[in-house]
Design a binder for this molecule. Structure first.
Ligand code: SAJ
Length: 412
């Protein structure tokens, strides 16, 4: 086999599942992470992130010694970089984690290696990675868009998995593989074919970078359309949850769902990478981001108005996660809304989130109570649905009829 040993840099939501799946195909995988707790947890055969079935596969590959985690990179045939690419002030992409990964792997790189950047990245990041590696290892030849015979091949293969379905989508989804040169793409394809059942489609690195950003910007624009429509509908006293399915009966219309805002670390971030590289041209993409980012304050205003109707408002918020049926609260519009409501001290504020045991630090010290669903339904006169978790969908309409309901997810 061309790839006997693969190193995955960054053992987070993408890196750990990728490492585990590769290891399950019989490849020796070394996962590298900067967090000692994560490394120790994985080496015990346990996981530090929540994703269905990830615990089972990690336990299996650690037990059979196919996956090992470490703090220090070591030589391998291929390196896959799956580190975060957040944005800085002014929504500019922050490539410091990629730079750090380059510094970590540079000393152990050898002739014949393949380096794949999986992190969602602005256009030009893969070439930048190649330039950084070339600077750090002047003894090796890197592909700079010229030579087809570099010592080290470099490609971009953006991850596209949906949180909650990662293990299925890692294998089933098609992959877009962009090489700095065509040979780089072909070598990366050989690596991905060891575990991907979907099609591997080859292109250049810059197109692959923009392709990933395009996918998430497309979804963001569509959600912004739905969010704007929900505000227009409120103004015109039309039920948006009736309206959208009606419009979607048209064979060429497929509007997504409005919500309290767009959360997570992908859809709310990646479109900015397009805006920052083409600020004059990316007008729709920027506006979509602004529409979605402003949706939480619209919801907060509606709750304030509703609470004003009561002498003693008791507000129950259903859900804190950034989307349904996961426990991930990072970048969640629901958390931002609950925090603002807590700071406004409108009355008693109850929160129901079946996937957590205690409130996150950002919500402590505001007098917010984390309670069970029945307790919240008994006590509240104002109900705000922020996440469409399955358990909430079972709440009968008879339980909410006497309350003022602000249903941002269309549960009823
Ligand atoms: N949302 C809505 N209305 C909708 C759909 C989503 O308000 O109709 C909200 C969700 O509640 C959530 C946010 O959007 O707050 C994002 O959720 P999501 O399910 O659309 O996407 P993510 O962030 O979990 O994962 C996305 C996926 N991208 C696409 O579907 C194009 C995933 O495939 C990517 O791999 C992932 O981003 C990523 O890592 O980039």
């Amino acid at each position: 086999m061309e790839f006997n040993k693969v190193s995955v840099i960054g053992l987070g939501y993408i890196g750990l599942p990728t490492a585990a799946v590769l290891a399950s195909r019989g490849i020796d995988v070394v996962g590298v992470d900067v967090t000692p707790e994560a490394v120790a947890t994985i080496n015990r055969g346990e996981v530090h992130i929540v994703e269905p079935d990830l615990d089972i596969i990690v336990r299996a590959v650690v037990t059979t010694n196919k996956l090992r985690a470490t703090l220090e990179p070591e030589p391998a045939d291929a390196f896959m970089i799956a580190v975060p690419t957040p944005f800085k002030q002014g929504h500019e992409p922050d490539l410091s984690f990629i730079r750090q990964a380059a510094e970590e792997i540079a000393p152990v790189l050898a002739r014949g290696n393949l380096v794949v950047l999986e992190s969602t990245s602005p256009v030009g990041a893969t070439e930048q990675l190649s330039a950084w590696l070339a600077e750090l290892r002047p003894d090796l030849g890197f592909p700079m868009g010229k030579s087809d015979h570099p010592d080290v091949h470099i490609a971009h293969c953006p991850e596209r998995v949906l949180p909650g379905q990662v293990l299925h989508e890692l294998v089933a989804n098609d992959r877009v593989i962009g090489g700095i040169t065509p040979v780089c793409a072909e070598r990366a394809e050989a690596l991905y074919k060891t575990f991907v059942r979907g099609e591997c489609v080859l292109t250049d690195a810059r197109t692959a970078e923009l392709c990933k950003l395009t996918e998430n910007a497309y979804r963001d624009v569509n959600i912004a359309f739905a969010n704007e429509l929900s505000i227009i509908s409120d103004r015109l006293r039309i039920n948006v949850w009736e309206l959208i399915p009606l419009a979607n009966r048209h064979p060429r219309v497929n509007i997504l769902n409005p919500g309290p805002g767009v959360g997570g670390h992908c859809i709310a971030v990646d479109p900015w990478f397009i805006v920052s590289s083409a600020p004059e041209q990316a007008r729709l993409i920027r506006t979509a981001r602004e529409v979605n980012d402003s949706k939480p304050s619209y919801v907060i205003d509606r709750v304030r108005q509703a609470a004003d109707e009561f002498k003693r408002p008791v507000i129950a918020c259903l859900g804190l996660a950034f989307k349904a049926d996961i426990d991930d609260l990072r970048e969640s519009p629901a958390v931002a809304i609950v925090r603002a409501l807590g700071e406004a001290r409108l009355g008693r504020l109850l929160v129901v989130e079946p996937h957590i045991r205690e409130l996150p630090p950002t919500l402590s010290d505001l007098g917010i109570e984390l309670v069970g669903m029945e307790e919240a339904l008994d006590a509240a006169n104002t109900l705000v649905t922020l996440v469409d978790h399955k358990v909430f969908k079972g709440i009968p309409v008879s339980r909410i009829t006497s309350k003022v309901v602000i249903d941002t997810r269309g549960l009823w």
